[in-house]
Design a protein around this ligand. Structure first.
Ligand code: GLA
Ligand code: ZN
Length: 674
C-alpha cells in the first residue's frame, strides 16, 4: 500500500507554491528565513522547472534543485512537495516535436509560450515526460526533504481535449477497446440518425467542427476518452515514482468544484492518487463565496472517500484571472483556510510563496507580497501559521456529514451537449442551489456518485442528473425502499450512459422510485415565472422549467397555479417501502427549496437547527485524537455557538462550556472533552 500522508510531515501542511527559479539564489536565504518566521512546514517546488532541469535534450542541471532541497531541509526542516514539470515542456521540445502542440476542434494548433500546451496522446511527449520523471525520481527518491510528489499541474486545464491526428488514432483504439465491434458502437451512438453509420473504426474521427450539431454519443465518448487519456499520463508518471521512490505518496492537484473545469471525472481520479489535493479560489461573481468554498471542500473530501485531503492552493488575497479581483477582507484568508480544514483538509497551502515580479501572474496575491513584510497580508500569514500549528492534533480525523448530494461529471458532460429543451437549465446551477439550501439549514454535505452505497444517509438529494444509468436508478429505489428519503429535481434520470433516452416514459431511470411519469417538458421563456401552490395555501415560485407530471402512486403536494401546466402536480412525494421519494418539477427559488427540503428533512427525521444564525458554520471532525467542533463565523456580528459538552478552544486556549464565543469574522475550534 502506498503512503497517503506527506512523508515526514508531523504537523499540518502550511506553505505554498515556491518558484525560486524566478529569483537569484541570494533571495532564497531570505525566503527560508521568512518561511520559518511564518511557520511554513511544506512548499511545492519544481512544477514549472523542466526548461531549467533539462536545458537541452538529454542535458541536465539538477544543481540548483539539489541546493534548494538541501537548504529547505538541512537548515530549516521544511518539507518539499516536489513537482514533475510535465505541464510545461521546454521550447526545444516543441521545436523538435511541433505535433505535440494540441489542436482545437476547428483545426487550429496552439503555440508555445504559455503552459499546458500538450497533446496527451503524443508519443514524443509521453516519452519525454517519462524520462524527466525518471531522472527526478532517481535523483531525489532518498532526499530527506522529499515528502510528496506533485505530478503535472491541474490536469484538464487549460486544454482538456486535443483533436489532432494522433488523438484521432488513439480515440479509435479507445473505441475499439470499449465497444469491440463497430456495430456495437453504431448502436450505442444511434448512428442510424442522419445517416452517420460507420462501417469500420477507421472511419471515425474526433468530434471536429461540423456544419450543425454532431452526434451526441460521439461527443460524450470523446469527453470520456480525453479524460481517460489525461489519466493514462498521470498513471504512467505515478507508476514510475512508486517504483523508484517507494514510500513517497503521489498526488496531482485537483480543482474539484470549479465549474469552468468540468472536463475530468474526479471520481475516477480520486481512486488513482495516494492523497487527494485540491486548489480552490474564491469566484467573485456576486454569490456568497464561502458557500462555494464549503462545497468545494465537501466535494474534495468526498472524492477522497471521506479520508483527509489537502488544500494545496488557495490565495492569500485577490487573484489575477477573473474580470474583477478584489482583495480579501481582513481575517478572510484565515477564515477561508480554516473552513477548508474544518471540512477535512490537513492544512492550508497557497499559490504562491513570493509574489512574482515578471510573468503573467505578477498581480496574483502571495504569502510574501511585493510590499514585503511590512504589510497586512504578511502579518496575517504569520498569524495564520501559528493558528494552523495549534490545530495539529486534528491530523487524521474525519469530517462528519449529515446528508448526501449526488454528483456526476459524466452526467453533466451529456447534459451540456447541444440541443436541449432549454439553454437556461444549467445542472451546475441546481447543484449549487441545492447545496446552498442545505448549507443554510446548517447541514454538512457529502457528495456521492449515483451508484454509491447511500445507506448511511437519512437524506439524499439529486439536484439535476440528466444522465443516469439503470443501475443508478435501481440504487436509488433500493435506498428509498430501505427507509431513505430522496429529493430529486427536474430533468433527472432521462438518458442512459450513451445519451439515449431510457425506453418508455420519462424519467426512465427514476419513474418507479418517484411513482410518476413526465409526459412533456415545458421550459419557460426567459424571465417567465410560474406560481405553485401547496395544500396549506403556501405559494412558491418556479423559473426556467415546468413539466406535465402524471402521478402513478405519488401524492401531489404543490400544484402549478398558472402557466401551461396549471392544475398539474409540481412537487410530489412517493411513499415507497420504508422511505419516501420527493420530486420537484420546476426550478424553485431559494425560498421554495428551503420549504421542500424542510419537509423532506422531517421525513428523514433530521432535527432542524434553530440556534445558529445564517452564515455561521458548525462542522465536526472526529477520530482517534478526539472530536473537534469548528465554528466559522462569516458574519459581521459576534456570535455564540451552543455546545452540549465541555472542551478547550484550541486557538485561544480558553475553556468552553455550554457555548463557544465566536467573534465576527473568526473561527473557533473546540476540542471536546472525553
Ligand atoms: C492555478 C495554478 C497555479 C496558479 C494559480 C493562480 O491553481 O495551479 O499555478 O496559476 O492557479 O490562481
Ligand atoms: Zn492530440
Amino acid at each position: 500500500m502506498p503512503e497517503t500522508t506527506p512523508k515526514g510531515l508531523t504537523r499540518l501542511a502550511f506553505g505554498g507554491d515556491y518558484n525560486p527559479e524566478q529569483w537569484p539564489e541570494t533571495v532564497w536565504q531570505e525566503d527560508v528565513r521568512l518561511m520559518r518566521e511564518a511557520g511554513v512546514t511544506m512548499v511545492s517546488v519544481g512544477i514549472f522547472s523542466w526548461a531549467l532541469l533539462e536545458p537541452s535534450p538529454g542535458a541536465y542541471d539538477f544543481g540548483w534543485l539539489d541546493r534548494l532541497l538541501d537548504l529547505l531541509h538541512d537548515d530549516h526542516g521544511i518539507r518539499a512537495d516536489l513537482g514533475t514539470p510535465t505541464v510545461a515542456p521546454p521550447a526545444w521540445f516543441y521545436r523538435a516535436h511541433p505535433e505535440a502542440l494540441p489542436v482545437t476542434a476547428d483545426g487550429t494548433r496552439y503555440e508555445f509560450g504559455s503552459r499546458g500546451a500538450i497533446c496527451h496522446s503524443n508519443a514524443d511527449y509521453r516519452a519525454a515526460a517519462a524520462n524527466i520523471t525518471t531522472r527526478l525520481a532517481t535523483r531525489y527518491a532518498d532526499h530527506p526533504a522529499l515528502a510528496l510528489w506533485h505530478v503535472h499541474n491541474e490536469y484538464g486545464v487549460p486544454v482538456s481535449a486535443c483533436y489532432c491526428d494522433s488523438c484521432a488514432a488513439h480515440f479509435r483504439r479507445w473505441l475499439t477497446d470499449t465497444y469491440g465491434t463497430v456495430d456495437a458502437l453504431n448502436e450505442a451512438w444511434g448512428t442510424a440518425f442522419w445517416g452517420q453509420r460507420y462501417a469500420d473504426f477507421d472511419q471515425i474521427n474526433p468530434p471536429r467542427l461540423t456544419p450543425t450539431v454532431g452526434n451526441p454519443g460521439q461527443a460524450l465518448d470523446y469527453k470520456r476518452f480525453a479524460d481517460a487519456t489525461l489519466r493514462e499520463n498521470f498513471v504512467a508518471e505515478r507508476d514510475i515514482l512508486h517504483r523508484l521512490a517507494p514510500g513517497i505518496p503521489v498526488t496531482t492537484n485537483f480543482m474539484t468544484a470549479l465549474s469552468q473545469c468540468d472536463s475530468v471525472d474526479y471520481w475516477a481520479w480520486g481512486r488513482e492518487v495516494d492523497l487527494v489535493t485540491n486548489d480552490h479560489y474564491l469566484i467573485t461573481d456576486g454569490r456568497r463565496t464561502h458557500v462555494n468554498l464549503a462545497m468545494a471542500a465537501d466535494l474534495t473530501r468526498s472524492v477522497a472517500g471521506g479520508a483527509p485531503w489537502l488544500l494545496l492552493e488557495h490565495s492569500t488575497s485577490g487573484v489575477n484571472w477573473q474580470p474583477h479581483n478584489p482583495a480579501k477582507a481582513p481575517g478572510q484568508m484565515a477564515r477561508n483556510s480554516l473552513a477548508h480544514v474544518a471540512r477535512g483538509s490537513e492544512g492550508a497551502m497557497f499559490f504562491q510563496w513570493r509574489q512574482s515580479r515578471r510573468g503573467a501572474e505578477k498581480f496574483h496575491s502571495s504569502m510574501l507580497p511585493h510590499g514585503g513584510t511590512d504589510t497586512r497580508v504578511w502579518r496575517e500569514v504569520v498569524e495564520l501559521g501559528s493558528a494552523v500549528d495549534s490545530l495539529r492534533t486534528i491530523r487524521g480525523t474525519r469530517t462528519r456529514a449529515d446528508v448526501a448530494v449526488l454528483w456526476d461529471w459524466q452526467s453533466w458532460w451529456a447534459q451540456n451537449l447541444q440541443w436541449r429543451p432549454s439553454e437556461d437549465h444549467d445542472p451546475r446551477e441546481r447543484a449549487d442551489a441545492f447545496y446552498e439550501a442545505l448549507y443554510d439549514r446548517h447541514l454538512t454535505v457529502d457528495f456521492a456518485h449515483p451508484e454509491a452505497d447511500l445507506s448511511a444517509y437519512p437524506l439524499v438529494v439529486v439536484p439535476a442528473l440528466y444522465l443516469m444509468t439503470e443501475a443508478a436508478g435501481n440504487n436509488l429505489k433500493e435506498y428509498v425502499d430501505n427507509g431513505g428519503t430522496l429529493v430529486v429535481s427536474y430533468f433527472s434520470g432521462i438518458v442512459d450512459e450513451h445519451d439515449a433516452v431510457h425506453d418508455g416514459p420519462y424519467p426512465g431511470a427514476l419513474r418507479d422510485v418517484l411513482g410518476l411519469t413526465v409526459e412533456e417538458f415545458s421550459p419557460l421563456l426567459k424571465d417567465d415565472r410560474v406560481r405553485i401552490t401547496g395544500p396549506d395555501g403556501s405559494e412558491l415560485t418556479g423559473e426556467v422549467w415546468s413539466e406535465f407530471v402524471v402521478p402513478r402512486g405519488a401524492e401531489t403536494l404543490w400544484t402549478y397555479a398558472d402557466g401551461l401546466t396549471a392544475g398539474h402536480p409540481a412537487v410530489t412525494r412517493h411513499r415507497l417501502g420504508e422511505g419516501s421519494a420527493w420530486y420537484v418539477s420546476t426550478r424553485l427559488t431559494a425560498q421554495g427549496l428551503d420549504a421542500v427540503l424542510g419537509l423532506a428533512a422531517d421525513d428523514a427525521r433530521i432535527a432542524p437547527c434553530t440556534d445558529l444564525p445564517r452564515d455561521v458554520e458548525v462542522v465536526c471532525r472526529t477520530g482517534e485524537s478526539g472530536t473537534f467542533l469548528f465554528a466559522v463565523n462569516h458574519t459581521a456580528l459576534d456570535t455564540k455557538v451552543p455546545l452540549d459538552a465541555h472542551g478547550t478552544e484550541l486557538l485561544t486556549g480558553e475553556r468552553a462550556a455550554g457555548h463557544v464565543s465566536v467573534p465576527a469574522g473568526t473561527v473557533r475550534v473546540v476540542r471536546l472533552d472525553g
